[in-house]
Design a binder for this molecule. Sequence first.
Ligand code: GDP
Length: 297
Amino acid sequence: MFENLSERLSGVFDKLTKQGALTEDDVKTALREVRVALLEADVSLPVARDFVKAVQEKATGQAVTKSITPGQQVVKIVHDELQHVLTGDDDPGALKIDNPPAPILMVGLQGSGKTTTTAKLAKRLKEKEGKRVLMASLDTNRPAAMEQLAILGGQIGVDTLPIVKGEDPVAIAKRAKTQASLGGYDVYMLDTAGRLHIDQELIAQAAAVRDVANPRETLLVVDGLTGQDAVNVAQEFDDKIGVTGVVLTRMDGDGRGGAALSMRAITGKPIRFVGLGEKMDAIETFEPSRIAGRILG
Ligand code: GDP
């Protein structure tokens, strides 16, 4: 995901570390190149600007130009700053699922990977935490999506709420709650309908479901390949529905990765998980140090 950014930055840093003594102008030039590299990776402008400013201030404060290994100092400051912008939740993987049955609401646009992510997280809860999970699809407009969740449930050995034709999403959410209580489940996951764009109907439906389910977690699934759009979508969902975290999917793809760097700074919401493929195990918690390491190679 970060190949281009990584390559660009290592080009900048190679020059710096080879150079020995550095002037303030050398540092400024390097940081200008860092800024361009961030923007090309689709990091949003204010985030890129603040990033470079913070590095510049630290570099000046630490008298980088007078140190014995100035280039390496700059690299270290950039690394720390990357980790800083990536920092989200202290324990991103810890879903709030006390007081069983705990509802988890999954929201996002169609095609973002919402259904896949619902199943991946259910599998993770089952295998890592020994939880009994019930999944329910609320996508009444797309019978195929409901089927898809049932198929994934079969594959990973997680129960899905039986499909009842003609039921509306709020009724399904209520039935899921009853079923989860009666069946002794620890968690029930509500996979809401997606649309290609955020529209009023989508938001109204998700809000109605949220109001009856009172979810412990509302996770927004966004496609990491869409860059700044992913951040805009997150902002809008959070404004209208309120989310407790973001799952960034397709981080295995060849997108530019900017969404990962901008998400927290722009929306204030932590990235909790990243999707790394189509397989049911292809999900990881969002660890800033690991991502910063990937970017800096
Ligand atoms: P939904 O419409 O939001 O529910 O999206 P789906 O869960 O149906 O996913 C759409 C497509 O994206 C499917 O083919 C998934 O296998 C694929 N997908 C989901 N997450 C990832 C991911 O992290 N990486 C990759 N490469 N593909 C993914």
